[in-house]
Design a protein around this ligand. Structure first.
Ligand code: UD2
Length: 317
């Protein structure tokens, strides 16, 4: 690819969503720089990207301590950074409750470092991984972006604070930036190893091994599960768009499914060997979650395309 292709930095690029985003950027001919501290990211997630050729630089960097030094040798070789996709984060809501200061340092601190770089270096666009967690407990569905945000965890607070920082840098320093509020993202490369991993990664892992699935509560709670390939499309569209609109965009499917129904589908796709058990409901759990999707469609032309059963098949493959 020519040296004129856009140079795009992906923080957290070795992670679950990050590595799919890198795949998509390379497909589109971008030159890609991954910044990752490999705390949860894995080099193996980038195997396909490394194998496909094109410009891909992988730099070990803890974004929460700043990105100027890590990017200096890269820009000396490749020229200025055009766009930044900021995905690096501490991803567990539960961990944020146990360690709110650490969550703030990582999830809010990293965003400030990215924005400072973008301001100083004239980066054309920042796309940021926000979360449905910014909304808190809402009572109208589907969840629209103009609802009052009242996050109920340090994780949600720091994602929302990051959105406010994006808005401030846009208004005061002219840094174009788009917050994307992810709903429940799932797909290949999601790590099932922690009890707070995404439910689909946990269910898939257990059902494949013929082990029982554990549904918290009666399983009547709903979620909007969006396939990681769709999320990567939304992220890249937001990063590459030259729009200076400052509004946040939901990234979901607009469809909800109960956790119990999800469990049944996963068991069936795996040959029906697992039983479904119930455990006590998770404390502080939201009952319903489903995204309004029109704003992302209007702003980016984005709609999630992968049906849940197809995404589950790809995840299980
Ligand atoms: C998701 C995000 C979180 C935050 C939040 C905002 C993930 C992994 N987490 O939390 O970062 O953005 O949304 O609202 O996407 N469950 C079971 N059995 C299990 C594991 C989970 O029944 O073994 C249930 C769990 O009780 C919940 C649902 O599955 O009702 C989804 O759980 P999750 O941990 O995947 O995601 P969630 O919605 O709590």
């Amino acid at each position: 690819m020519s040296e004129r292709a856009p140079l795009v930095v992906v923080t957290g690029g070795a992670g679950f969503i990050g590595s799919h985003t890198v795949d998509r950027l390379l497909e589109q001919g971008a030159r890609v720089v991954v910044l990752d501290n490999f705390s949860t990211g894995k080099r193996a997630n980038l195997a396909a990207a490394i194998g496909r050729g094109g410009v891909l630089e992988i730099v070990t960097c803890d974004v929460s301590t700043g990105i100027f030094a890590a990017l200096a040798p890269i820009t000396a070789q490749h020229g200025p950074v055009d766009r930044i996709i900021h995905l690096a984060a501490q991803v567990s809501v539960i961990a944020s409750i146990a360690s709110p200061v650490v969550d703030g340092q990582i999830n809010y601190g990293s965003t400030l470092h990215v924005l400072e770089y973008a301001r100083a270096m004239g980066v054309k666009k920042v796309a940021f991984a926000s979360s449905a967690a910014v909304y808190g407990d809402v009572s109208t569905f589907p969840v629209t972006e103009d609802l009052h945000c009242q996050p109920v965890s340090p994780y949600g607070i720091h994602k929302y604070a990051s959105e406010l920082a994006l808005d401030y840098y846009a208004a005061v320093h002219g840094v174009a930036a788009t917050p994307l509020r992810f709903f429940n993202v799932y797909g290949p490369r999601q790590d099932p190893s922690s009890p707070y991993s995404g439910v689909i990664s946990i269910f898939a892992d257990r059902a494949r091994a013929g082990r029982d699935l554990l549904v918290f509560g009666d399983g009547g709670q709903t979620r909007d599960f969006v396939y990681v390939g769709d999320v990567a499309r939304a992220v890249v569209a937001a990063a590459m768009s030259d729009s200076t609109s400052r509004v946040a965009l939901n990234v979901g499917t607009g469809r909800e499914i109960t956790v119990l129904e999800l469990a049944r589908i996963v068991v069936e796709l795996c040959g029906g060997r697992s039983a479904i058990q119930h455990a006590a409901p998770r404390a502080g759990e939201i009952v319903r979650s489903v995204a309004a999707v029109e704003r992302a469609h209007t702003a980016l032309g984005f709609r999630a395309e992968v049906a849940l059963v197809d995404g589950l098949r790809a995840t299980l493959a």
